[in-house]
Ligand binder design. Structure first.
Ligand SMILES: [Zn+2]
Length: 411
């Protein structure tokens, strides 16, 4: 990847502001100042970009991704049922032969895809357990190291095969944290009984306390209204004083709860300040598989969560793997799918959709220097469209992508 230091962006359109602006970028890669454009004729000089009236946004954040899975579709037998459960079983067999080198290579390809579409930060869930051992984690951490100048990556220790079901998982998660992972992951709904699911959640908190770290748990990724792990996660969050440090990923079952219970659970999530991540493409694809007609959409109650003040983000989740044969690493495509799946189409609602791939995940990552304001890190994406609605409708390739004030040019 080639790099070019940028000192100034002219003719930039900024979200929620009228007119065109110039963004000055300092030597530390931060936005030093923003001025209203005095002239529309930008000087073409080294270190300057003419945004030509295009929308300049903070780089997208993909808050839910599996880099060890990326581009593994051809390495795994076909998922005939198309269900989550078959995908887990198929991947469990296939990953026995994966090496750190093979994982790193596929992860790098996916990271480059994400950057090319304007992603500046990723939260990755890496499979650790008695089958994956630490090989997949080694591969993903190596990819993160190689790309550290171009993208920020948080790594979650993800026990894909369960924690109670897979006796070796907890020790591997501890070891992975010591290797440099940042966040404790989980898969609460995948245990054999509700009691084991609760026990898993308690163990995740024990581990998070040991490492004084955040939690991001795959939870209730099913259409079954009987799957009620997330209320336990919220209750435990309050009990342990972990408010604001816990993310619940997927939370699909919430969409199938009857309204009174759903309202109670949404209230609990708001009280516990649990962040929620929806993965619209993957949820649409994997959920509803046991339905005939009408078929459920599979996503959690995005608009209701947002209305209750819950911080909701949207993730890519999968890129061409046994769980999901699609996925390109383009967060604007994720936003486009989210808008469709929850009927989010008014200008205000499209603003919320854009929030779900920008400022909301930044909050989950606890980024305090994220945005297009003076003092923010110049992690920026310049899009060749003039409105947020057009960005989501057309999903264009960025005109430029910047990391800490440096333009990244894909070879
Ligand atoms: Zn996932």
């Amino acid at each position: 990847m080639n790099r070019q230091k940028i000192t100034r962006i002219d003719n930039a359109r900024l979200r929620g502001r009228e007119g065109l602006y110039t963004l000055n970028i300092d030597g530390a890669g931060r936005i030093a100042s923003i001025e209203k454009n005095t002239s529309h004729a930008a000087l073409a000089a080294d270190g300057r970009i003419d945004a030509a009236g295009g929308l300049v946004l903070p780089s997208f954040i993909d808050l839910h991704l599996h880099l060890d899975l990326a581009y593994s579709l051809e390495l795994v037998p076909e998922n005939r049922s198309g269900t989550l459960l078959e995908a887990i079983a198929l991947y469990s067999e296939a990953k026995k032969s994966f090496t750190p080198g093979n994982v790193c290579e596929r992860a790098l390809r996916a990271i480059r895809d994400e950057i090319s579409f304007g992603t500046g930060a990723i939260r990755n869930h890496v499979d650790v357990g008695s089958t994956a051992e630490l090989r997949l984690c080694e591969g993903v951490l190596a990819a993160r190291e190689k790309m550290k100048d171009f993208i920020d990556i948080e790594v979650v220790t993800f026990p894909q095969d369960g924690v109670i079901r897979d006796h070796g998982a907890l020790d591997r998660m501890k070891a992975a944290m010591k290797m440099g992972c940042d966040i404790v992951g989980g898969i609460a709904h995948y245990e054999r009984t509700p009691r084991d699911s609760q026990r898993q959640i308690e163990l995740l908190f024990d581990l998070a306390e040991e490492f004084d770290c955040r939690i991001d748990c795959h939870i209730d990724e099913t259409d079954s209204p009987e799957s009620r792990c997330v209320e336990y996660l919220a209750a435990e969050t309050v009990k342990r004083g972990w408010q604001g440090r816990v993310t619940a990923s997927h939370v699909c079952a919430l969409a199938s709860y009857e309204p009174v219970h759903a309202a109670k659970v949404i209230g609990l999530l708001a009280e516990a300040q649990v962040h929620v991540v929806t993965n619209p493409g993957v949820n649409l694809h994997l959920q509803g598989r046991f339905d005939t007609y009408p078929k459920r959409r599979g996503l959690t109650r995005v608009r209701e969560l947002m209305a209750a003040g819950v911080n909701v983000s949207a993730g890519q989740d999968c890129i061409k793997d046994p769980f999901y044969p699609f996925g390109t690493g383009q967060m604007l495509e994720v936003a486009h799918l989210l808008a469709h799946a929850d009927h989010l189409s008014s200008p205000n609602q499209l603003g919320s959709v854009m929030d779900a791939i920008t400022i909301n995940p930044a909050r989950s990552m606890r980024r305090t220097d994220y945005g297009t304001m003076p003092g923010c890190q110049a992690d920026l994406v310049i899009l060749p469209v003039d409105t947020l609605q057009e960005a989501i409708r057309c999903r264009p390739r960025p005109a430029a992508v910047l990391k800490r004030g440096v333009r990244l040019l894909m070879k």
